[in-house]
Every structure is written in structure tokens, then in C-alpha cells.
Write a protein that binds this ligand. Structure first.
Ligand code: FAD
Length: 334
């Protein structure tokens, strides 16, 4: 008798230009624990370009989808690859990182299979049905739920699990060619990344928001696009990146890629400096993972001021230049 249940756990590993999204490594850590608890191997699916090093995270086989239409992100096509792999390999569960892409692709998979998909999961207890805990309301509520069906589809809340290297094993690469239709590639990134025609490229030589150890973020209190110059200067001095609230990005003072929050990027730097940001819950969920928060605000009762580790009450356009002068003196650049 052939047992198809508990055959393997499949982790969808996001890559961009051959670089693995770090949140996928967090996802693989939860997936590996789940595979261990259910005594099955952990496989990964990668779409488009090959990636290396997944064996170190406990992956024993990498299913690599290759097709001329898979040169860049195409959510329905990526989901179709996973659906075809599920039909062939019958995993018990498919996990993805709870990133925009991970959630989008797995939601497509759920829609195609008519299966439930749970987003932003932080823990799983396996069984016939999975008992899961997941983040709701931008992380302000933890929900306990049951996830039913086969395969179980879930995404892992970014930054909820530290990625763990468990060895130096090599994962076997198993290429496959999915069958894709024009419908599958209706939504996709056009243009060559090198030509920057299809994408906004980060400024060269600057750290990205997600990687930065220091983030200097500005909100409505900054007052204008030009007002961000002083934030740029401070971020440059500290080797950090500049972020913004939704007000700052909606007003066109900063690009949308700089938005921190529920509908932007979630950051976890060593230091988050919030300048002229009130600290609405939708912003807070994007920066609360920072080790230390310094808030600069004219209003001592602003939520950001009451929650921050350090607070300076005053006009950011007076405080930031003073801070920059002080740091430059300490660095011997004064
Ligand atoms: C579904 C949904 C999703 C959302 N997603 C996000 C998100 O991802 N990210 C996000 O940021 N917001 C998000 N928002 C918007 C959020 O609710 C707030 O409206 C927004 O964060 C407020 O931005 P702000 O703090 O810059 O502006 P405000 O709330 O207007 O605060 C400005 C602050 O600046 C201070 N200030 C003014 N002048 C100065 C000065 N000279 N010096 C120092 N301080 C000064 C004021 O005291 C005030 O505290 C979302 C909202 C919804 C409904």
C-alpha cells in the first residue's frame, strides 16, 4: 500500500536575480522543523534562476522550474509552476515567506486548487489538521486557528523566526519544465533589470531599507521633499537608509519603496530614528522589530514618543542638524 500522506514538506523559495530572499530562509527554518516533527524530507521549489546554499537549511531536494516565460516575477505563472509540482509530488504542506510575493503566489495557488491558505503564520503544530498561530491586524493580534485540507498552504510571518543553518548538506537539483499559457503570464515584470526599464533600482552604493542597521525615517513633520535632505545626511553618516511614513510617500516626498509599515516594508534595524512620525499602528507594525527606537517629535503625547526607547521633544529641523554636528565631531569630521 502506498502512503502519500506525509511524503514531504515543500518550501517555495523566492529568488530575485538568483539572490534568495532572506525571509525565505526564515520560512525554511519553520518548514524544516515541521518536516522533522512529521518525519518527512524538506524540499524546496525555486522558479526561474537557480540558487545555492539551501542544503544548509535542511533542504534535501530543490525543484527548479525553468521556462522561457519565467525570466522575471509573474505571480500566476509562478503559482502554476507550484500547482503542477504539487500534482506531481503531492506535498503535505506548501510554505512560503509572508512577503508580498510569497502571499500573492500562495494565494494564487490556493485559488487554483480551491484550498485554504493561512498568511503570516508564526507557529505550527502538525496533525491531521494543523494548529496554527498567525499574526492579524498588522501584528497587533495573535490568532489561533486550525488549517485543514491537503496540501496545507501557509506563509510564515517575516522576522518571526530566526533562520537556522543546520549543516553543510547539498540539496539535489531537480529541474522541471512547467506548461504555461498566455493567461499565466498576463501579469509580469517587463523589461530587463539591467536596463532598469522594468524596475526601480535602488541607488547604487546605498544599503536597502530591509538590510540597513540604522533607518532614519520621516513623516509629515518633515514638511517637504527637500526637508528630507537632513535625514539623508544623518543616514549617510551612520551608514543607514532613509524610510518614510505613508504620508511621506503619498505626498511624493519619498518613493513608495521607502514606506515603512503595514502596507510597506517591515524593518528590524539596530536603531530606528522616527522623525516627525506620529506612530499610527499601521506605521508601528513596520518598525516595532527595531532593537532601539529614537523618536523626535514636537508632540510629547504622540504614540511614537510614548512607545520609543528614547524620545526627543522638539522640531526635527533643529534637532537633526545638532545631532549631525555632534556625531561629526565624535567622528573627528567636525
Ligand atoms: C489600511 C491602512 C494601511 C496603512 N499603512 C501604512 C503604512 O504602511 N505605513 C504608514 O506609515 N502609515 C500607514 N497608514 C497610515 C497611518 O494610519 C497614518 O496615517 C500615517 O502613518 C501617519 O503618517 P505620519 O506619522 O507621517 O503623519 P501624522 O500622523 O500627521 O504625524 C505627523 C507627526 O509629525 C509631528 N511633527 C510635526 N511637525 C514636526 C516637526 N517640525 N518636528 C518634529 N515633529 C513634527 C507631529 O506632532 C505628528 O506627530 C495606513 C493606513 C491604513 C488605513
Amino acid at each position: 500500500m502506498i502512503h502519500l500522506r506525509f511524503k514531504m514538506i515543500l518550501g517555495f523559495v523566492e529568488q530575485d536575480g538568483g539572490k534568495v530572499n532572506p525571509h525565505s530562509l526564515e520560512m525554511l527554518t519553520l518548514a524544516r522543523r515541521l518536516a522533522g516533527e512529521t518525519a518527512v524530507p524538506l524540499h524546496a521549489v525555486v522558479i526561474g534562476a537557480a540558487v545555492e546554499g539551501l542544503g544548509a537549511y535542511g533542504v534535501t531536494a530543490v525543484h527548479l522550474a525553468q521556462h522561457p516565460d519565467l525570466t522575471d516575477y509573474a505571480p500566476a505563472a509562478w503559482a502554476e509552476c507550484i500547482v503542477q509540482l504539487i500534482a506531481a509530488e503531492r506535498p503535505t504542506a506548501v510554505l512560503a515567506a509572508g512577503t508580498e510575493r510569497g502571499n500573492e503566489v500562495l494565494a494564487y495557488v490556493g485559488a487554483k486548487l480551491g484550498a485554504a491558505m493561512a498568511a503570516n503564520v508564526t507557529s505550527v503544530t502538525p496533525g491531521e489538521n494543523y494548529r496554527i498561530t498567525r499574526l492579524r491586524w498588522g501584528g497587533s493580534l495573535l490568532e489561533e486557528a486550525w488549517l485543514k485540507g491537503e496540501p496545507k498552504l501557509l506563509t510564515v510571518a517575516p522576522l518571526s523566526i530566526a533562520p537556522e543553518v543546520v549543516g553543510d548538506g547539498m540539496a539535489k537539483v531537480r529541474p522541471f519544465t512547467p506548461i504555461l499559457t498566455d493567461d499565466d503570464v498576463r501579469v509580469r515584470v517587463y523589461g530587463e533589470p539591467e536596463a532598469a526599464s522594468g524596475r526601480e533600482q535602488p541607488e547604487s552604493g546605498k544599503v536597502t531599507l530591509a538590510d540597513a542597521r540604522v533607518v532614519v525615517s520621516g513623516g509629515r513633520g518633515v514638511g517637504s521633499a527637500e526637508g528630507f535632505a537632513v535625514l539623508e545626511e544623518l543616514a549617510d553618516l551612520l551608514g543607514g537608509a532613509v524610510g518614510g511614513s505613508r504620508v511621506a510617500t503619498n505626498l511624493g516626498w519619498r518613493p513608495h519603496t521607502a514606506q515603512v509599515g503595514q502596507t510597506g516594508t517591515r524593518v528590524a534595524p539596530d536603531l530606528y530614528i522616527a522623525c516627525g512620525i506620529s506612530g499610527a499602528i499601521q506605521h508601528w507594525v513596520g518598525c516595532k522589530g527595531a532593537k532601539h527606537i529614537l523618536a523626535i517629535n514636537t508632540d510629547p503625547d504622540a504614540p511614537m514618543m510614548t512607545k520609543a526607547d528614547y524620545a526627543v521633544i522638539g522640531d526635527l529641523h533643529e534637532i537633526l542638524p545638532a545631532l549631525i554636528t555632534e556625531i561629526k565631531m565624535k567622528m573627528g569630521r567636525g
